[in-house]
Design a protein around this ligand. Sequence first.
Ligand SMILES: [Zn+2]
Length: 543
Amino acid sequence: MNIQFCGAAKMVTGSNILLETKKYNILVDCGLFQGGRKIEAMNYEAFPYNPAEIDYLILTHAHIDHSGRIPKLVKEGFRGRILSTKATYDLCSIMLLDSAKIQEADVEWENRKRQRAGREPIEPLYTMEEAEFSLKFFEDYLYEQMIIVNEDIRLRFKDAGHVLGSAIVELWIKEDGETLKVVFSGDLGMPNRPIINDPQYIDDADYLIIESTYGDSIHEGLGESTGKLIDIIDRTVLRGGTVIIPSFAVGRTQELIYELNGYYEYNEDIEEHMKIPIYVDSPMAVEATEAFQLNSSSFDEDAKKLILKGDNPFTFPNLRYVKEQEESMALNKYKFPKVIISSSGMATGGRIRHHLKHNLWDERNSLVFVGYQAEGTLGRIILNGTKRVKILGEEILVKSEIYYLEGLSGHADQIMLLDWIRKIKSKPQKIFIVHGEEESARKLSEEIEREFNIETIIPDIYDRYVIEKQAIELSQGAKVEPAYLKRDIKAELENVYNQLESLDARRDRLMDPKLLEEEYDMLKNLLIDLQQSLMDLNIMVGR
Ligand SMILES: [Zn+2]
């Protein structure tokens, strides 16, 4: 079969990989290109394949650089199945609509200009209606479920620990009687991140496609970064300034809130001057936070414990969510110390631009970056130390203090990426390195080849490779049993037995007549699912 890299090759955005077997065309991710004008123009180019001929789209996570061209794909003829985790679907239903809203607004503005100049109007990449329609093709699944896509393709999502719902994709594809296992790391997170679980590891792969955003660097610890953020707030507030944090509305913002919740709710001696309002100014962040709360079953143990204790980690007394535009504008009218967390995370658009315009020129203020700033973005330009920037048509001096807290990043650093490969028991025969600027990808490639002696490839955009099973010497008539079948299913069954046992211990509580009506409804649905699964299992084993 063939693999073609149609985005995020030697760059971090526009993730889009095509797998072509003799029978099927499968895409993994379909994200927006983000960055400067030249990169973003690529969103308007035709796909290098016919969307109508794609059978499946597997989505690693909801971030727009992985999902943002889905409505365009559907608009141009895709009618296949989109497979993702449930949380990814929930977040996409917010993010794709938001993306469409931005596309429509941008084009409206551009078209007014064009009309005045007597030029032809342009069309948005996709409309709200088209984004809404594309959601109909989603099917959502749980982590660890073995998804039988069809008789030749199986798929499993593992937790990538990058953002809620983010997944590593294990894909088994049968062709000509042989099964090839291709694994996509998706965006990998760091262990011990707030709210979400640590990235899971995989046992084996024939081919691995791995991200390399931070393939050349090593993060400081998360605790260190949170401590630094508190210090920055402290110093800025004491000189009467405001702290501006550009933050991705989905993921990073909720993690920041969670960390600040930890500081404000579990700290005996907070000094009076630190009790300033913290504004989360992004309608999408507000909606995403609601989606997070609906998916608390995917949280890590610490976050679950807080919730069980009765603490909602997304609220604390001085936290304010800002939804309305007027309220957002008003934030810059009054010059009292505060923290504003707003999107977009790389300052490429959204309300953050207004806050930068109104605050960047004042040396009392601080600007804190908490995530990756891609080449060509306003965030990267400021981070590189420019003294003047043009924001919303106005020239602004950059005089506030600029910080970059890398430990809060949602991406694995070089140590983690190498460790993740180290834990693969049966190593891949080849590794493709994507989702990183050339320098990062190259450094990671050197380290991989040095430590594991595995051939690596850093594809260029649109490069295509043949991938096939390495010839394995087999004695006549020997049958290779896919290793995952026995080992994984045994482990899963054991897991089920253990859960049943723990359920037994809770029998009294389940039989408690004081359960609420809604709890009964939920139990009933769960029981129906369970009965169905047990029946399927019975039928299958009975055959
Ligand atoms: Zn991501």
